[in-house]
Design a protein around this ligand. Sequence first.
Ligand code: HEM
Length: 485
Amino acid sequence: MTYDNSRLTTSWGAPVGDNQHSMTAGSRGPALIQDVHLLEKLAHFNRERIPERVVHAKGAGAHGYFEVTGDVSSYTKAAFLSQTGKRTPMFIRFSTVAGELGSADTIRDPRGFAVKFYTEEGNYDLVGNNTPVFFIRDAIKFPDFIHTQKRHPQTHLKNPTAVWDFWSHSPESLHQVSILMSDRGIPATLRHMHGFGSHTFKWVNAEGNAVWVKYHFKTEQGVKNMDVDVAAKIAGEHPDYHTEDLFNAIANGDYPSWKLYVQIMPLEDANTYRFDPFDVTKVWSQKDYPLIEVGRMVLDRNPENYFAEVEQATFSPGSFVPGIEASPDKMLQGRLFAYSDAHRYRVGPNHNQLPINRPQCPVHNHQRDGAMAYGDNGGASVYYEPNSFGGPKESPEHRTAPFEVSGQADSVAYDHDDHYTQPGDLYRLLSEDERARLVRNIVDSMRPVELVDIKLRQIGHFYKADHEFGTRIAEGLGLTVPSEL
Ligand code: HEM
């Protein structure tokens, strides 16, 4: 059969006779329902949008590769990390957190840094941010936290009172708030920022020995941030600035790259380290656990189609491969549920079958059917287990490494509660210019807060991190540090 590829067709492949004029009764109409091409065109258009992500709605993506440059095979049996020089295709999606799909790129917000490695043992997703820590450390607080970042239910406006109310009642947020309000809160471009896995994960080697691990992607373009006034101007004049910068850099052959490092902690250190290493509001000291080189990520190909490859991309912190496992981090545990649940709602139960999400290795299981199942849907192959017909077999060598659990089941907090040392250290590390900008950003952000109690409570947290830090913010707001501190 030969096809004429220049021919416009309906979605069922039939040639379209007229795509400019609907079929009407005479030149004045009305339109005839028998113009099914018109009906299909209008009906499909009505269904062009899928729900935007509930967080991280605005994003930009790119394809690339990951190349191993350091030997980490003694720590993990993950096949894609097994030898230096090995390359794995990957896809990344950068995003802002709180804004809607059409919101401005240059706002102050953490940036999502979600990487999908298409390994020979399945997809490995590392769904991180450009910050090494997070605002909260228990998944049960996430919906409330995000409510404060989104719009007020009545006014539909952003609400600084809610933002600072939540933070002032959640002192574990202080570290991430201090990073967010620093120069790093607005990266110059998506290419000029680091990325982090943020959580602690577990690596397991071929002998079954495990370590705790944290990931750091270091930009090879260097870190560059954007001045707040420039960012505000660009947000108005060119809201898609970061998206365009990434696309153009890759289109022009200026491929952005990152070096991946890990920190490795022996399993037993988790019991004695000076804070809980699973608490995602803390960083591990690099003096205690130095960076170890793993590889290099290069972005060298733009998506052909934004909707197919970026909007429909689905990343899950639960997409692990053998040799990489979860830690008990309470945030991570919640995320292991949240993402695939979001994907089933946002994209559909068969989102893993879409080209951008589908593994680049064979998939053999007994899942069948569901909305929009396509391909051969398993064909005539065995569709249940156990069976006598040679269906795919589990591989016991890929069982999750056994681990001990203990403790009384209860709704309990982490038992380490120092929210102040690390943000204080961060403040003390900054130059005077950087401190002045940090204080200005915080003061500008807190000024519209409606209740003075919220401001005083939050000033107290900054003061406990560093007396000078808290005092300068109080002064900027025309207040004094509460005397009971
Ligand atoms: C996106 C939930 C914490 C990074 C999302 C989405 C949900 C979600 C539902 C949208 C997924 C989709 O529709 O495809 C949660 C929950 C959290 C949490 C319940 C805490 C319990 C975090 C943390 C990080 C993070 C700690 C980073 C360290 C991201 C990124 C995306 C995202 C990068 C965008 C992924 C993409 O580009 O498609 N999150 N999140 N989240 N989250 Fe989280």
